[in-house]
Design a binder for this molecule. Sequence first.
Ligand SMILES: Cc1ncc(COP(=O)(O)O)c(C=O)c1O
Length: 447
Amino acid sequence: MFTYDSDHVIAGVEKLRFFPQTAVSGAGATIVDADGRAVLDFSADWTAAGFGHGNPRIAAAVHEALVAGGPASVLSVAHPWATRLAEALLGLIPTLGADRRVYLGHAGTDANDIAVRGARHLTGRRGLIAFEAGYHGGAGSSQAFSGVHVATGVPADPDTVFVPYPSAFRPFRGDASTVGQESLELVADAMAGGDIAAVIVEPLQSDGGLVVPPEGFLAGLRALCDRHGCLLIIDEVKVGLGRTGRLLAHDHDGVRADIVTLGKALGGGLPLAATVGPAAALDEPAASALMTTVGNAASCAAALEVVALLREGHLTANAAARGTQLVEGLRAVASSGAAGADWIADVRGRGLSVGVELLDPSRADGGFGDATDVVTAKVAYRAWQLGLACYPVRGNVLELTPWLGVTADEIGRGIALIGRALADVVEGAVLDADIAGFSGWADAREE
Ligand SMILES: Cc1ncc(COP(=O)(O)O)c(C=O)c1O
């Protein structure tokens, strides 16, 4: 068995450790660790491997771009990979307005930075509305306007108003039927001040606990933005590109954004992000966003293949079908009466963005907090021991985001492994000491 020794903790490169996972190769939903053990991956590297580990079509496209000598940068040369990708994204991603541009970046972090900067430039206003427990990036301004403060030392953006995101399972005020309206009223209050450039919102809050907003919430934001001359920025970095069973997660809500940001799976496993929006926001000022390797041919070639896969449609359709199977299967576990099953307080999501919220069934208040977070961490740890990789978010929610081509058999196996991990944990199979070295988000999160 692989042991997790200092040789494997290379200069602390792992930032969020939930269990001692290594990976030396992979295919589809499978990762193979340093000892040759196959693990079923229900994270897909936080969705960045959303088009599968080792996707042969993406690998071939990248190889072709590299051997052709495709440029490493788009800063000072135009090249067909970047141009074709920008055109493909303009064709694929609908946003409001006619004269539109694409910024190509490295990560969700810079895509969102550019989106907000562009909105401030276009409107001449500084203010931003973002959501509590939202996540838009791990560095700089994107971290500063994230509600989840993972990077200690980055202060919150002084021009951002944080509003509670409406959760039907855990309403911040009122009840499930009114929580969307309650949140919209706070947004309206913030806009009344007059200096708001934009609202940035996740169409399904991921790191905040897989929260699907109530029907009409995004449409309500759209209407408020229109009334107050603010831009609506929808962050599709984690849930976009087929994952929810539609091309974009906000397609479920029938709204259009002024600016859409993409990342993670867009690069098919390589670093790539994009911001799609009005030319007047993204073109000016010249040289406002310079990072040398943006728009490099290899990443663009990978993304062109991702776009081709999306246009074929089968992976998006599979995400919808497998997502339904996953949610129904987990709900069946919850009501099965098996050991540990009563810890499953909620199963929710869209397509293959699924969350399993665990709460202590012996406590009237659910025991939300550190003790429940420890149980959740133990379930993730036990699942990994049994051969399934998934991570907790927001303490007590298991995030399940397998790649879009996951099979029905793999979903069935994953459900069974989660059920078994829960049973094993309530029966004491994982000790506090077992997870002591794997603090996950806990050390990094500032409330
Ligand atoms: C919704 C959302 N936006 C932006 C980001 C930041 O993306 P990246 O880590 O690629 O910078 C993330 C990362 O988890 C995310 O979930």
